[in-house]
Ligand binder design. Structure first.
Ligand code: MTE
Length: 326
């Protein structure tokens, strides 16, 4: 079971330009012409511009673009929208990068978010009510996958701090556990029973309260594409991408550290903390450098993905206490 479920993530340099494939506009056009992307009531593949103005999804598209928070600068160019929205990891829709078409089956309305566990009051909230309560802003963030590829994305969303204020965890709560939808009918990957569905991830309350932690609701000035984790995904740019859980339906506050999805599958390869670190190699490949998608360049990996100033302080005590820290 373990062998079958180890992610097929290692990518060689010879595979460095699948971009040529996934950027193949002709194929995209053919697919659109064949009508397999746009189904009644669903959004177009990228962005929400053309959605019918009467659907809740389309109404929420009016929230974009949100004002950019200029405090967050990049040391590299923003990755093209085409690449960031067609080269994805979303195992619910397949264990390859080209899941964007399959992900259009995801229905993001109605979408209820459960907030439970160690909170003052457990609640269920409709996505549009939640979106209306949250201050949306755009931030330019680096994104580093554990597979050693990287992109830079203008995410829109709200700070995790605002979510904590909304959820009101009680004293003693230490972790926020997040869960993705579970629906075999639309997500063929979830029929693969050797994976511990639903996808689950967790961060500490201190990590959630850090200024960098966001819940993403949009990208590139538009509603979050389904393949990138609509309607809500975690954005914690100093951690490897596998922490950044997509299409969240539940936030549970707890005092017990859970095992996250990949940690359950292969704990020696995917640790709980998952902080980007050029000196801690993945057992099967080096993390010293990363491939910047769309540029043909490979650059040195930065500790905490370049966000040490904001987050290094979170780990000083933890590293002393934990025997294994990765
Ligand atoms: N969330 C869910 N629910 N399922 C997944 O398979 N993959 C993770 C993360 N979130 C994943 C997920 C991984 S490995 C990465 S690198 C990022 O999503 C990729 O995000 P992107 O496709 O928007 O670049």
């Amino acid at each position: 079971m373990l062998t079958r479920s180890i992610p097929n993530w290692e990518i060689s340099d010879s595979e460095a330009t699948p971009e040529a494939d996934f950027l193949n506009r002709r194929e995209l056009c053919k697919t659109i012409a064949a009508g397999s992307i746009l189904t009644a009531g669903s959004l177009p593949l990228i962005g929400a511009g053309a959605a019918s103005a009467t659907t809740p999804e389309a109404r929420s598209s009016r929230l974009y673009p949100a004002k950019r928070n200029e405090a967050y600068k990049l040391d590299r160019k923003v990755t093209s929208e085409k690449i960031a929205t067609t080269y994805n990891n979303f195992y619910e829709f397949g264990s390859h990068k080209n899941i964007w078409k399959a992900a259009q089956k995801l229905q993001t309305r109605p979408w209820t978010v459960i907030i439970d566990g160690m909170v003052e009051k457990e609640q269920k909230v409709d996505i549009d009510t939640l979106l209306r309560s949250m201050p949306l802003e755009e931030r330019l963030y680096r994104h580093r996958c554990v597979e050693a590829w990287a992109i830079a994305v203008p995410w829109t969303g709200f700070s995790m701090k605002s979510l904590l204020d909304y959820a009101r965890p009680i004293a003693g709560a230490k972790y926020v556990v997040m869960e993705t939808f579970n629906d075999k009918k639309i997500a063929p990957g979830q029929r693969q029973i050797w994976y511990p569905w639903p996808y689950r991830e967790a961060i500490t309350i201190e990590e959630a309260a850090n200024e960098l932690s966001m819940i993403g609701t949009g990208a590139y000035g538009k509603v979050m594409p389904k393949q990138n984790g609509a309607p809500l995904r975690l954005v914690v740019p100093w951690k490897y991408g596998f922490k950044q859980i997509k299409s969240i339906v539940r936030f549970t506050f707890t005092d017990k550290r859970p095992k996250s999805f990949w940690e359950q599958i292969q704990p020696r390869e995917y640790g709980f903390w998952a902080n980007v670190n050029p000196k801690v190699d993945h057992p099967r490949w080096s993390q010293a450098t990363e491939k910047l998608l769309g540029t043909g360049k490979r650059v040195p990996t930065q500790l905490y993905n370049g966000y040490a100033e904001q987050v290094a302080g979170l780990y000083i005590e933890i590293q002393k206490k934990e025997k294994i820290f990765f």
